[in-house]
Ligand binder design. Structure first.
Ligand code: ADP
Ligand code: MG
Length: 295
């Protein structure tokens, strides 16, 4: 064809499943030497499911009421964990009440008013554990040891239960990690807001050893900025609102299209539109080939 090599590479990358937003982006993809991957929704399928519901002993809500309460607070959220909670409530035939005064903190969780009470749902490491003792900590530890994400539910500041949420690695996650390692000469790093044990477990399954867990969005950003300050060119792949600052700072930010939040899709330089992670290393390779043709 008579198309310039980079434009032709954009078209080919599109067929592979990655949409580069410009020729500059297409070129940058071939320059990266460091890769940072998000966990939930990026290395995992992003369709996590509630696998267990644990009301805490006491006079709090029972299993169904706990799930309905959490679902009410999570309904406005676009986080993959929130969708898992809402779907689980629907599958059990529960009808969550309307929530008001909704707010969310990326990397932490959500807060809303449900039937006049303040409900918080999110990371046990980030939310206060007032009123909860050893049984609470044991449930959280057991879930995390099993590679699940534990989500705490608080009512008026008191922990009333825990939800166990499981997510599977994408079928092409391991091959993608291997391909990116071969392309850059460095193994990718996992940057996640999730807890250390669940993160290490997933990392081991996909072949990653460098794991930075429990990160807030600004800490993901700081990791990318530190590498860029050393002169590295970083590819960040992520899907969440929590990934947006890191996606923006990276030499090339790439968002997962299907699970991706609107903010991640807007902020990213490129989007994985076919929901196949393996399209990312394929696109890096395409960019390198096109660059050789340009030079
Ligand atoms: P990752 O970096 O792996 O994509 P996030 O930064 O999005 O993960 O979330 C980190 C942690 O914050 C989650 O593991 C969860 O504990 C908590 N969290 C964030 N948003 C929510 C939410 N809407 N509902 C429940 N928990 C949440
Ligand atoms: Mg994510």
């Amino acid at each position: 064809s008579t198309m310039p090599p980079l434009l032709s590479a954009i078209a080919t990358a599109g067929r592979h499943g990655v949409l580069a937003k410009s020729a500059v982006v297409m070129e940058r993809l071939g320059q990266i030497d460091t890769v940072a991957l998000d966990k939930t929704g990026t290395l995992t399928e992003g369709t996590p499911r509630v696998t267990s519901v644990h009301p805490l002993p006491g006079s709090g809500p029972d299993e169904s009421a706990l799930l309905a309460l959490a679902a009410a607070a999570e309904r406005p959220s676009e986080h993959p964990l929130a969708r898992a909670v809402v779907d689980a409530a629907r599958e059990r035939g529960l009808s969550p009440r309307e929530a008001t005064a909704f707010s969310s903190v990326p990397g932490e969780g959500v807060t809303a008013t449900v039937a006049g009470r303040t409900v918080r749902v999110g990371s046990p490491a980030r939310l206060p554990d007032t009123g909860a003792g050893e049984p609470y900590r044991r449930v959280v530890r057991d879930l995390e040891d099993a590679g699940h994400t534990a989500v705490a539910v608080l009512q008026d500041g008191v922990v009333v239960g825990v939800l166990g949420i499981g997510d599977r690695p994408r079928p092409d996650a391991r091959a993608t990690v291997a391909a990116l390692t071969a392309l850059t000469g460095r193994a990718p790093v996992l940057l996640t807001g999730d807890n250390e044990r669940a993160a290490r477990r997933l990392a081991a399954e996909v072949g990653i050893t460098d794991v930075r867990a429990g990160l807030l969005p600004e800490q993901k950003l700081a990791a990318v900025e530190a590498w860029e300050a050393e002169g590295r060119r970083v590819l960040v792949v992520g899907d969440g609102v929590n990934d947006a600052p890191a996606l923006a700072a990276a030499h090339c930010g790439t968002a997962m299209g299907r699970a991706g939040s609107d903010l991640a899709l807007e902020t990213a330089d490129a989007v994985v539109v076919r929901d196949e992670l393996a399209a990312v290393p394929a696109t890096v390779q395409l960019s390198r080939t096109a660059r050789r043709l340009v030079i």
